[in-house]
Design a binder for this molecule. Sequence first.
Ligand SMILES: C[S@@+](CC[C@H](N)C(=O)[O-])C[C@H]1O[C@@H](n2cnc3c(N)ncnc32)[C@H](O)[C@@H]1O
Length: 280
Amino acid sequence: MTTNATERVKEEWDSQAASWFQQRESMFAASRPIHEWMVDHLEPRPGMRVLEIAAGPGDTGFLAAKRIGGGRLLSTDLSPSMVESARKRGEELGVTNVDYRVLDAQAMDLPDASFEGVLCRWGLMLMPDPLASLRECRRVLVEGGGGRLVFAVFTGPEENPFASLPAGILVEWGLLPKPTSAWQPGILALGDRTRLLTLIDRADFASAHIESVDMTWSFADADDYWAFLVDLTALGPLVRSLPEETRQNFRAAIDERLARFRSGGRVELPSRCWCVAAIR
Ligand SMILES: C[S@@+](CC[C@H](N)C(=O)[O-])C[C@H]1O[C@@H](n2cnc3c(N)ncnc32)[C@H](O)[C@@H]1O
């Protein structure tokens, strides 16, 4: 069950990798508050060994790599195409203290206690088994207080209309299941603070510091937001698979509901993340 679900996630992100690479600069600029919080709370130091899981094009890890001197980054993702995007991005940025690998973060083929830091931005909530991944992160971290996992996931629907607005329509139209208390991976699946803290606790981390951090998704116009939704988000594969007429109706419904986020022709969508630093 988890294997099939993970295989589907891999195919979906493989199909988005080229767009993530194309949009790397705008994505990096918009998400600056998040990756800066993450890398600061990693407390990078020379010689540190850092693992990034679900790295996508890898920018958060590359920021850390520049701050660990002779240390080394292992940049990983489930999707082979995403790993290739990260490799191109790393070359473009001139980052040399990095290795790349395809890796399922729920079952890591890596030795125990082999990293001082693990990074994960916007990955855990998409996994069929995030607890398995958190336990794996803890396992590969060094013991004795020196190892830390720093990650970010989106908070709830109210604070993240970029995802809740289209998802809400898809639920209303019966194209997405209604959220229930059962675990269902998705962009906002770890938005509930209590659920998130319970997961961290069950993974047995000694302590966790959690903060909410805001950012803004800024789009030139509604077309620009539509391209982002279809080409870059986890909802993209579903939207692309809709029959043409449904897709057009969906687009019209989105345009209507985006009205309150328009500002001088642009579309400005606020967003909030839970940023977490957990000590092994
Ligand atoms: C929303 S993107 C985030 C990419 C990058 N971390 C960033 O912040 O720009 C989610 C990434 O998680 C990866 N992913 C999903 N499930 C995964 C898993 N089980 N193991 C490793 N990576 C996974 C996807 O392939 C995709 O690259």
